[in-house]
Design a protein around this ligand. Structure first.
Ligand code: GDP
Length: 181
């Protein structure tokens, strides 16, 4: 089955988004504590695709060594997923571009991994403010990417933006052919 991974800074709203996408409360646990999702979880959705829940990056106290280990772990995972169609990088829409998110996008670009951006918690501020932050983030990426990937704006609270993501996944799935080995 085709796979779609979700990743982002701890507390970005990943669990909440996954719950909103899958409509199954309790499938992914939400937490107030940063860094609770430490393991890679797979969920089969509608017998059609795998949702891959990757551990968050950017704990406040992350040391260089931890960061290197995390990268090794994620890299080892991501680079051998033949069916991986897209990595959704979650970004908190309340903030101006954060170095850790930008660096992670560059890293994905270096690895040649396909990704799209998801700006979360849009209900927390005005749409104008959200759009400004989205535009700033996209502009930051243009320094390195010729073509900045598509983005989605979501709110788990309002359940908005999730349909667009599911639609995109469904479209990609329709054209998916498992790699032959
Ligand atoms: P994770 O650590 O990335 O999995 O983040 P969680 O999904 O556990 O969310 C972290 C905190 O942000 C929780 O208190 C959530 O209730 C809150 N949160 C997540 N998504 C939204 C959203 O779309 N809107 C609002 N207002 N709060 C959110």
């Amino acid at each position: 089955l085709p796979e779609y991974a979700f990743i982002g800074r701890s507390n970005v709203g990943k669990s909440s988004l996954i719950n909103a996408l899958t409509n199954r409360k309790g499938l992914a646990k939400t937490s107030q504590k940063p860094g609770k999702t430490q393991l890679i979880n797979h969920f089969v959705i509608n017998n059609e695709w795998y949702l891959v829940d990757l551990p968050g990056y950017g704990f406040a106290q992350t040391s260089k060594k931890n960061k290197a280990e995390w990268q090794k772990f994620i890299r080892a995972y991501l680079t051998r997923r033949e069916n991986l169609q897209c990595i959704f990088v979650l970004i908190d829409s309340r903030h101006e571009p954060q170095k850790i998110d930008v660096d992670f996008c560059y890293w994905l670009g270096e690895q040649g991994l396909p990704f799209q951006l998801v700006f979360t918690k849009a209900d927390k501020q005005s749409a104008v403010k959200t759009d400004q932050n989205v535009a700033k983030f996209r502009k930051t990426l243009t320094k390195w990417f010729e073509e900045v990937p598509a983005h989605f704006i979501t709110s788990a609270e309002m359940k908005s933006g999730t349909e667009a993501i599911l639609q995109m996944i469904h479209e990609v799935n329709t054209n998916f052919e498992a790699p032959t080995t």
